[in-house]
Design a protein around this ligand. Structure first.
Ligand SMILES: [Zn+2]
Ligand SMILES: [Zn+2]
Length: 335
């Protein structure tokens, strides 16, 4: 099979041939239909994951079809369309695993980081950690739901989003667009904050009631002028400073949710945090039950990411442009 692999930190992706693997006990072989290219692959390339294992096939926004079952595995049946995500596996017996919070397991494995992922014609997954695709989800467009989608959906509900809440989304790229669309479909009011004036039409198209260009308007001032501030600020920009700049726009009891972040520490003034009883939290992807809910919700509400389909041969150039900050939109490798 053909794969794209990273041989070491700061070494570009290379295309190579490997033997098609055989599924072992508890495993299934998936013929990959599509794999989204996520910005965490840039973190991997830059050596920001100390638990990464090189050489590694990246990719954790995987859709495909079950091709073979390992010994003792009887689900999902061969031919089932499935999705596989960031969380590859967990220990199954720690306090977090037994309460269905496998994403918090200290012994979890991460797809495409600690084990080979989906930049590959075939992928070996754990049977209990893949999710059948609901009817009506296009397997190519749905690929980013396995990371950007679940991260946004699960972050909103972990933050306790209520219908009617005012939600400000910083950055309208992959995760930000997902967060805005999910929040609007959950009954929230949404404002999107982006750098330039040009984002207004798209913001309205994905469910925002207004758009703020942060190059022209202070984000905290703009949010305080929105009926008293945001109940939830979702930072989807790859910058901790962007989150800090908007933080003053939280309403009392409001929450700053980090889905995007930069390498720099997050610096926030403490007195407004205390007086306003403000909350700061983050969210890494989700557990298997969260992926089921994400996919069911996306299918029911017609929330499908906007993607560009690319070939495996294009992946090295695209990852380089993502690392260089010149890539636009969500690329999905299709096979
Ligand atoms: Zn990801
Ligand atoms: Zn565990």
């Amino acid at each position: 099979m053909r794969v794209a692999q990273l041989g070491a930190v700061q070494v570009p992706l290379s295309i190579t041939q490997r033997p098609t693997p055989e599924p072992g006990p508890g495993e299934i072989l998936i013929k990959v239909t599509a794999c989204g290219m996520c910005y965490s692959e840039v973190n991997l390339l830059n050596g920001e994951y100390p638990f990464a294992r090189f050489p590694v096939v990246p990719g954790h926004e995987i859709t495909g079809v079950v091709a073979a079952l390992g010994p003792g595995v009887n689900w999902p049946a061969a031919g089932t369309p499935v999705g596989a995500q960031f969380l590859y596996s967990s220990c199954g017996h720690c306090d977090y695993c037994v309460r269905g919070e496998e994403i918090l397991c200290p012994d979890k494995k991460i797809t495409g980081v600690g084990v080979d992922g989906g930049y590959s014609e075939y992928f070996i997954g754990r049977a209990g950690f893949v999710t059948p695709l609901p009817d009506g989800l296009d397997p190519v467009a749905a690929a980013p739901l396995m990371c950007a989608g679940i991260t946004a959906f699960n972050g909103l509900r972990q933050a306790g989003l209520r219908a009617g809440a005012r939600v400000a989304v910083l950055g309208a790229g992959g995760v930000g667009a997902m967060a805005a669309r999910f929040a609007a479909a959950m009954g929230a009011r949404v404002v999107i904050l982006g750098r330039s004036r040009g984002g207004e039409a798209r913001a309205k198209a994905i469910g925002a009631e207004r758009y703020v260009a942060t190059s022209e308007t202070d984000p905290a001032d703009a949010l305080r002028g929105w009926d008293g501030g945001a109940d939830l600020i979702v930072n989807a920009a790859p910058s901790s400073d962007a989150a800090a700049a908007a933080y003053g726009g939280l309403a009392p009891d409001g929450t700053l949710l980090l889905l995007g972040y930069g390498p720099e520490p997050l610096q926030l003034p403490t007195m407004p945090m205390v007086l306003g009883r403000l909350h700061v939290m983050a969210n890494p992807s989700g557990s298997p039950h969260d992926l089921r809910d994400t996919l069911a919700f996306a299918a029911a509400h017609g929330i499908v990411p906007e993607v560009t389909s690319v070939s495996l041969d294009q992946a090295p150039g695209i990852l380089a442009s993502m690392a260089g900050g010149t890539a636009h939109g969500r690329s999905v490798i299709t096979f």
